[in-house]
Write a protein that binds this ligand. Structure first.
Ligand code: GUN
Length: 271
């Protein structure tokens, strides 16, 4: 998909007179966030999107950060604004997200974009859930009529991916940390999406043979220190029909969707 975007970029530049411009704001120096932001800059470069990464110290005030976002909202040369989460405790993420103008909200986190998603109106959809659906479709997996189980109910993944699966006519169960008999429910899944943030939370006995398993977790393995997902990949890979690895599955797909959202916001703004 990135190669295709790169191939089409010269045409876009010719048509609109410039390349799309994504601004990423990173507050503080959380190592995972630094790594994500670097990945976004690299993908932008590969696709031909102009990327500006603005780094601010962890002690930036909320007012200063909101002021910076307002400036970027008003800057006509900026098409997408992404504030890397999480933010330091003294800054309200909700306020920050709501301050980004809806048409530059490449993350799809703005309340108006979220509302539009739940009303099936055109909107920017959050990158990770969008990537999950895209992967299923690209892999030729039929979603309509299937029993999908989503474990996790976050604003970023669990809630929107459940809605997108529902829109694809899956029968969706939303499970979470307080679900009773979780294994019994996950075993019914023909499509299992896990976004909890707990290493090896999903064990082989919780997965039906032939299930499609999408692992959204990004964790550090407490034993090896390596990146790992929420799913016990080694023991589930032999029984699942398909399964996404961590790293290398949902993560790169999320970044690719961010590139797509940036191009889409650019096009909509330039119209
Ligand atoms: N932190 C973890 N995932 C994301 C994401 O998709 N967008 C932003 N802005 N921050 C994140």
């Amino acid at each position: 998909m990135k190669a295709e975007m790169a191939e089409n970029m010269p045409k876009l530049i010719e048509e609109y007179g410039r390349a799309p411009h994504l601004v990423v704001i990173l507050v503080g120096d959380n190592p995972a966030s630094v790594s994500y932001v670097t990945g976004k800059a690299k993908a932008s470069e590969a696709v031909g999107i102009k990327n500006t990464t603005i780094r601010k110290p962890a002690d930036i005030t909320e007012a200063e950060l909101l002021g910076l976002i307002e400036e970027l909202n008003a800057d006509d040369s900026v098409d997408g604004i992404l504030v890397q989460l999480p933010l330091p405790k003294h800054i309200s993420e909700a306020k920050v997200i709501a301050t980004i103008s809806q048409e530059k909200d490449v993350d799809g986190f703005h309340p108006l974009n979220v509302a539009a998603l739940w009303q099936k109106q055109p909107c920017t959809v959050a990158c990770t859930p969008l990537g999950v659906i895209k992967m299923l479709k690209e892999a030729g997996i039929e979603i309509a009529g299937k029993r999908a189980v989503v474990v996790g109910r976050s604003n970023i993944v669990g809630l929107p991916v459940s809605k997108l699966l529902l829109d694809e006519n899956a029968t969706v169960t939303m499970a979470h940390s307080r679900t009773a008999n979780l294994a019994e429910i996950t075993r019914q899944a023909e499509i299992l999406v896990v976004a909890v943030g707990r290493p090896r939370m999903i064990t082989a006995d919780m997965v039906a043979p032939g299930a499609v398993v999408i692992d959204v977790g990004v964790n550090r393995d407490p034993e090896t220190g390596k990146l790992c997902g929420d799913v016990d990949f080694a023991n589930i890979e032999p029984i699942a029909s398909v399964i996404t690895p961590v790293p290398g599955g949902v993560g790169p797909m999320t970044i690719t969707m961010l590139m797509q959202n940036t191009i889409d916001c650019f096009k909509a703004r330039c119209k």
